[in-house]
Design a protein. Structure first.
Lengths: 336, 416
């Protein structure tokens, strides 16, 4: 775990130094060191570089980390709850549901009220929770959630909510929604650094609760009856887990838009390397997810610099083939 | 001895299918109870009710005198361990990790298994002969190995009661004997109470103190193995002819099915006509067809489940339009079939004015000297204000053979 955290820090610093204007790694270190620890370092005086790093790139890298971590934690929890390795907030349409909530909140100007920056994540959370429950109840057959019905339901719900969003965009001339189309592709460009604190609080508290359920999730992934036989109050754990998964998903979708496949792929990678125990899987997925999304965003920023490829496009380009690989694997074919 | 786990007038139903209607039954502390019964007699449902995985619609289950629904699951899991028929693990947990999950009810919300937990889990694995599988992914094990992992997990729970759902169905004879011996020794040494669902009557007889024979949701017989496992009980509940003798080594009853032994002699080119309806004839027809007899049915309304059955198998049938009373034409057709048959069977079906003619045809056959076999208690509802009852009386007085259940059909047929 410490190793993973160290890797994350390294990836973070690297990502900060890369971009349209490349700043040498050593200088990046110096500026960051100066900023956080106040030590006087040579070269830290360069105001332009310092501004690029601290005001532009650092918030964005942090946003990437938060979003990646949240989606990966949500993915690993959903996979356990549904006993289905193909579950993730994007495929299940939860992200779309959160987006509808967020767009509505923006349209009704909630972002400008006293609730301020809490309102949009709150609305996104409501949308996410609503969608999660909708998908769960539609897809459930005799107490189980089979892969096929779940995926189909997710696709349908996603399409439906996307249509609602498109309708809202086309029906209003609201300028604030001008950027929504771009945002829907999954984008970290417009994340306001003031929002990061709020998102962080949502993520930390949500993940802490989900982590506290880790042992129960291990048992639930063996089947709800098995879990109940081994002392888990299944319904209570499921409810709590659904609510907090929706919370962290809603929080990050409200700032990043729809970013797919991170929540699917990262828990898988983590499981492949460190095994399926959720007491390890949840924190490790969070760290690995943060790293993966920072990398994806850095690629998006640099390949066509100075113009940008939205991070959602990068993750979909890399993630969709991975999804196909999972779907084709023989062992999954017969699984519920 | 006090009942450690007790069900009181429990009613339970799945959507559209009632399973238990007022079942009362107790598992006594320190006993090994064998639960037997045919498919869909409610054995697994009973087990799930006893562990609180299912909740009774009416009635209650008590664990050591406490209402099971009010006991926290954690506490239940420390007292009752369940060994399911099988379990699928979608993620790649190892056999060792699965066994350790048996310690879950003893662990806090956070943290990892302690030395003591590991020791108990390893002990369970050693006893079930799976120590060498500890690091192997559960999903890759054979059925028999998986079963032993699940038993080891149940042992790790350190329960007072163990409920097993056919725990040895996938095991080879060596491990079957070992696991049954293990359960028996835990029972003796640690006073573990055991309930064991089994399809293997001989194993159940061998290892149980007490046997419960379940038949479509109610207790047909309960008592020592030699009291319950008798030729008569098994024949009635399983509708199969068996021979029961004493195992010369252990003294427990030993069951040998008889039907199969005579298989080759059948196929005697005889024709049996079955008077039936609403699916009542399918059971006899199937038994007879499998033995090589020719079977005809009638009179059936088109769309009746027996008609569908006959059509699917290409049987000769006397037919009538859907929901119509039996016409003169159909009646004669039926008589034609009866004429050709060596034996007539009258099944248990509902009789109204529309199909009363079917019973009359049976009487007619009897008068002509045909052998007629009638399933006893066929007339549960008489929609003809006594006319049907009269027909039954006629059949009885006229010398028709009355039998109690389908297992006796083949015997009757062989007499012809």
């Amino acid at each position: 775990m410490i190793f993973l955290a160290a890797c994350l820090a390294g990836v973070g610093v690297m990502a900060v130094s890369l971009g349209a204007v490349s700043i040498p790694l050593s200088k990046t270190w110096a500026i960051l060191f100066h900023h956080f620890f106040g030590a006087v370092s040579p070269g830290a005086g360069d105001a332009k570089d310092s501004s690029i790093i601290l005001d532009l790139r650092l918030p964005r890298v942090i946003a990437g980390a938060l979003v990646g971590a949240a989606l990966s934690v949500a993915g690993s929890v959903l996979q356990a709850l549904l006993r289905n390795p193909l579950a993730d907030p994007y495929i299940l349409g939860i992200s779309s549901g959160a987006a509808v909530g967020a767009v509505l909140a923006i349209l009704f100007g909630l972002g400008a009220t006293i609730l301020g920056s809490y309102a949009v994540p709150g609305a996104a959370f409501t949308g996410a929770l609503f969608t999660l429950l909708l998908v769960y109840f539609i897809a459930r057959v005799e107490g189980r959630v089979p892969a096929q019905t779940m995926l189909l339901t997710g696709v349908i719900i996603s399409a439906f909510f996307s249509a609602i969003i498109m309708f809202l965009i086309s029906a209003t001339s609201d300028e604030r929604l001008y950027s929504v189309t771009f945002w829907l592709m999954g984008n970290l460009e417009y994340v306001a650094s003031q929002a990061l604190g709020v998102i962080f609080i949502y993520l930390l508290s949500g993940s802490a609760v989900l982590f506290s359920l880790a042992k129960d999730l291990n048992l639930i992934s063996m089947g709800e009856e098995t879990a109940s036989e081994l002392g888990v109050e299944v319904e209570r754990v499921k409810k709590t887990a659904f609510i907090f998964t929706a919370l962290i998903t809603g929080a990050v979708v409200s700032v990043s838009g729809l970013i797919g496949f991170v929540g699917l792929a990262v828990p898988h990678l983590t499981r492949m390397i460190w095994g399926p125990d959720h007491r390890f899987l949840i924190p490790a997925s969070a760290l690995l997810g943060a790293m993966v999304l920072i990398l994806a965003d850095t690629i998006g920023r640099t390949v066509m610099a100075p113009s940008e490829v939205p991070v959602g496009v990068v993750t979909a380009l890399g993630g969709a083939p991975f999804f196909v690989y999972l779907l084709r694997r023989k062992r999954l074919a017969g699984n519920p | 001895m006090p009942a450690i786990l007790r069900m009181e007038s429990v009613c339970f139903q799945y959507p559209g299918r009632e399973v238990f209607h007022g079942l009362t039954f107790g598992l006594e502390e320190g006993e090994v109870l064998g639960l037997i019964g045919p498919n869909s007699s409610g054995k697994t449902t009973l087990l799930k009710l006893m562990d609180g995985l299912l909740n009774p619609r009416r009635g209650k289950v008590f664990l050591e005198g406490k209402d099971l629904r009010k006991v926290p699951r954690r506490e239940v899991a420390r007292k009752i361990a369940v060994v399911p028929q099988e379990m699928e693990a979608p993620f790649s947990f190892t056999a060792g990790e699965i066994v350790l999950m048996g310690r879950a009810p003893y662990m806090g919300r956070f943290g990892w298994e302690k030395q003591r937990d590991l020791k108990i889990a390893r002990e369970g694995m050693a006893l079930t002969d799976i120590a060498h599988l500890e690091k192997r992914p559960f999903a890759e094990l054979s059925q028999g190995e998986k079963q032993r992992v699940l038993i080891a997990r149940a042992l790790a729970q350190e329960p007072r009661v163990m409920l097993l759902d056919e725990p040895t169905s996938h095991l080879d004879i060596n491990h079957q004997v070992e696991i049954n011996g293990l359960i028996r020794s835990l029972n003796v040494e640690k006073n573990l109470t055991v309930m064991n669902i089994s399809h293997d009557l001989n194993l159940a007889a061998e290892y149980s103190h007490r046997i419960v024979l379940l038949s479509s949701g109610s207790i047909y017989a309960m008592g020592t193995p030699s009291m319950v496992i008798t030729e008569e009980n098994i024949r009635r509940v399983y509708e199969t002819m068996v021979m029961v003798e004493k195992n010369p080594v252990s003294g427990a009853p030993r069951v040998t099915p008889l039907a199969r032994a005579k298989m080759e002699k059948a196929g005697l080119q005889k024709t049996i006509h079955i008077i039936c309806g609403e699916g009542s004839g399918a059971d006899s027809a199937r038994r007879l067809l499998l033995r090589g007899y020719r079977v005809s049915l009638g009179v059936l309304n088109i769309g009746d489940s027996d008609e569908k059955f006959g059509k699917a198998l290409g049987l000769t049938m006397a037919l009538e339009e859907p929901f119509s009373p039996i016409s003169e034409r159909a009646y004669r057709e039926n008589q034609g079939l009866i004429e050709k048959a060596d034996l007539i069977i009258v099944e248990r079906f509902l009789v109204g004015h529309g199909n009363l003619a079917n019973l009359k045809a049976a009487i007619e056959a009897l008068k002509k000297g045909k052998r007629v076999v009638v399933l006893e208690n066929g007339l549960q509802y008489d929609f003809t204000k006594g006319e049907a009852r009269g027909c039954y009386q006629w059949l009885q007085e006229g010398g028709a053979e009355f039998i109690t259940d389908h297992s006796l059909i083949l015997k009757e047929v062989e007499k012809v």
